[in-house]
Design a protein around this ligand. Structure first.
Ligand code: SAM
Length: 276
C-alpha cells in the first residue's frame, strides 16, 4: 500500500467506526485536494519535521506526507483513530509517527528534529491554549519555524488584528510581537464532516529571529493582560495597580493616559513594558 492508493477517508471512517465526537472537537476534512492545499500553505515541507495535533482519521496527515514532509509527528487523543493512522504509517514508509495522548500533556520534541513546522486543524477546545504556549516559550526563537493552523474565523481574525479594531487584543499582540501572522485561506462549514456552525480560517504564522520591539516578555504579557482585561477603561485606570505613577510612565512612553488598550500599537505596549 502507498499513500496514493489508501482508501478514501469516508471508507476509513466507516470501517473504523469513527463517528465524530463533539467533546473532542471533531470536524473532519475528507477532501484530500483540500488537505493537500492546506499542507502547501505551510511552504516547502521537504527537509522539515512537521508536528500535527489531532490527526483524526488522517486527512491532513496524508496531505502533509504527500507534500513531502520529512517526518510527521501526530498527537491524537482519540484511540479509535489509531488503527486508521497505523495504515498511513505503513503506507508512508514510517514517515508518520503517531503519539497517543493529550497534546496539552505531551512534549513531542523528543521525537523530532529541527527545522520544525507545526500544521494542524486544531480541536477548538484546546486550540487557543496550544497557540499561546507556542507563542510564549521561555526562550526565543521557539522550536518551530512556522505555525499553519486552522481556527474558527473569529479566532483567526483576533490573531491577525491591527490596533483600532474590535478583534485586536492579547492574542494579536502575542502573535505579532515576534512573528508575522496572516490569514491565508477561509474554509466554509460544508468542507467538514460534520459541518461546524461557523466558517473556519487558516492562519500562517512565521517566527522572527528577534522581537520587532525590545521588551521583557513577562512584563509585556502583564501589561497587555491588564490593559485588555478592562479594555473599555482608560489605561490610567486599567493599569493603575501595575505602578503607583502609571500616568507618568504612560506619558514617558508617549501614550495619553486617557487612551484605551485597543488604540495602542505593539511598539507602544513594548515601550510601556520597558519603562516600568
Ligand atoms: N486533522 C483532522 C482533520 O483535519 O480532519 C481532525 C481535526 S478535528 C477538528 C480535531 C482532532 O483533534 C480530533 O481528531 C480530536 O480527536 C483531536 N483532539 C481533541 N483534543 C485533543 C487533545 N487534547 N490532544 C490531541 N488531540 C486532540
Amino acid at each position: 500500500m502507498t499513500l496514493n492508493n489508501l482508501p478514501p477517508l469516508r471508507e476509513v471512517i466507516a470501517e473504523h467506526g469513527l463517528n465524530a465526537r463533539k467533546s473532542l472537537g471533531q470536524n473532519f476534512l475528507l477532501d484530500l485536494n483540500l488537505t493537500s492545499k492546506i499542507a502547501r500553505m505551510a511552504g516547502d515541507l521537504s527537509g522539515h519535521d512537521v508536528l500535527e495535533i489531532g490527526p483524526g482519521p488522517g486527512g491532513l496527515t496524508r496531505g502533509l506526507l504527500m507534500e513531502g514532509a520529512r517526518k510527521v509527528v501526530a498527537i491524537e487523543r482519540d484511540e479509535r483513530c489509531l488503527p486508521a493512522l497505523a495504515e498511513i504509517t505503513d503506507a508512508s514508509d514510517h514517515r508518520l509517527q503517531v503519539i497517543s495522548g493529550d497534546a496539552l500533556e505531551i512534549n513531542p520534541l523528543d521525537h523530532m528534529q529541527a527545522p520544525i513546522k507545526v500544521v494542524a486543524n486544531l480541536p477548538y477546545n484546546v486550540g487557543t491554549e496550544l497557540l499561546i504556549r507556542w507563542l510564549t516559550p521561555d526562550n526565543w526563537p521557539p522550536f518551530w519555524d512556522s505555525l499553519t493552523l486552522m481556527f474558527q474565523k473569529e479566532v483567526a481574525q483576533r490573531i491577525v488584528a491591527k490596533p483600532g479594531s474590535k478583534a485586536y487584543g492579547r492574542l494579536s499582540i502575542l502573535a505579532q510581537w515576534r512573528s508575522d501572522a496572516k490569514i491565508v485561506m477561509e474554509i466554509p462549514p460544508q468542507a467538514f464532516t460534520p459541518p461546524p456552525k461557523v466558517t473556519s480560517a487558516v492562519v500562517h504564522i512565521t517566527r522572527l529571529d528577534q522581537p520587532k520591539f525590545a521588551a521583557d516578555r513577562k512584563t509585556l504579557e502583564r501589561v497587555v493582560g491588564m490593559a485588555f482585561g478592562q479594555r473599555r477603561k482608560m489605561l490610567r485606570a486599567s493599569l493603575k495597580s501595575i505602578h503607583p505613577n502609571i500616568e507618568d510612565i504612560l506619558l514617558a512612553s508617549g501614550v495619553k493616559p486617557t487612551e484605551r488598550a485597543e488604540q495602542l500599537t505593539i511598539e507602544q505596549f513594548c515601550t510601556i513594558a520597558r519603562n516600568l
